[in-house]
Design a protein around this ligand. Sequence first.
Ligand code: NAD
Ligand code: DAU
Length: 359
Amino acid sequence: MRTYLVTGGAGFIGSNYIHYMFEKYGDEIRIINVDALTYAGNLENLKGVDERDNYTFVKADICDKDAISRIFAENDIDRVVHFAAESHVDRSIKNPEVFVKTNVLGTAVMLNCARAAWEKEDGTYPEDKKFLHVSTDEVYGSLPEGNGYFYETTPYSPHSPYSSSKAGSDMLVRAYMDTYHFPANITNCSNNYGPYQFPEKLIPLMINNALNGKKLPVYGDGKNVRDWLYVRDHAKAIDMVQEQGKLFETYNVGGHNEKQNIEIVQIIIDTLLEILPDSDPRKANVSRDLITYVEDRKGHDRRYAIAPDKIKAAVGWQPDTMFKEGIRLTIQWYLEHEDWMKNVTSGDYQKYYETMYNV
Ligand code: NAD
Ligand code: DAU
């Protein structure tokens, strides 16, 4: 039975990936989920999975090398899928240091512990050992409006403390591959959306605010473009790259779905008005009048757009869920999980929101 060590599996993409993997492989695999449970980590995301005999949760910080090396010593790990990171750009602008610590140092610890556990005396590695580093398209910087794509060969040009720290972590993985012939892949994915996304991010924030009749804060002129991918398609891509991709290669992941932020906000409002029955009291809150243009994000990247040609050609990956369907599924999920939203928006998040948006 193949054993996976998943870091950050209580977060948005990590938890969706764990659900996807158990749906796909059932009892054929074992997953150990290591997560520090920061504000973004939520074990509620793994309800159902936590009852499985082939799933284990370990609360640990990826910067804690004793804890991580113990997990490798006590388990015969075949695959590492490394999601754990500080992931929110706005938070990185306010408090960069924790991004450097978790994203750069934490990745170094993960690489070191995996290498120590896997490397043979002759410097080679057993064939079944593989490390996949989950990264972002933000490392490539910003594209001009309506012109060009990010390819795997695009030079790195990160602008925010978040994307710089992710670029640093990617470079460390590359260095391990070049220096130690360490068996790894890197994936650089575009913006994800779907269930379990923390409401500091654009789509769940707008859904939650609209349902509560709160302002919808659009940064700058609202014309920045992001390339949206349904989270389950990202999970599928990660699995396909790890099982069928060529070791040491980087793959960009994206579904050619560019949208301006203002378009996203309008689609959310229109979809909510369409889906919600008249009897639902939340419907009366939803209106385009809530859209409020606010001060722009510092260093705001104008446009991201992924060229997914390599992953398509190499492993045959393509997205299953188009945006029109994915956004409905996502909105429906948030409508049906009001308690989940209430739990994550109370306490610390409320304080963050008030400071971030001056309300
Ligand atoms: P998230 O913020 O929702 O989840 C991050 C998880 O990592 C949380 O469970 C958190 O508790 C955990 N974590 C944070 N610091 C930790 C530490 N020091 N030790 C152990 N666990 C720690 O993030 P996400 O959106 O799910 O992103 C996951 C990964 O995917 C990140 O590496 C991110 O850079 C990358 N990525 C995200 C997107 C996106 O659109 N969200 C797109 C491309 C790539
Ligand atoms: O591109 C991949 C990246 O996508 C990931 O690496 C990051 O982890 C993930 O957070 C995401 O980064 P973005 O900065 O693109 O996502 P965010 O949801 O924060 O913002 C999306 C766009 O919406 C961006 O242009 C800023 C804008 N925005 C965001 C918020 C939270 C607003 O206009 N208003 C808001 O309140």
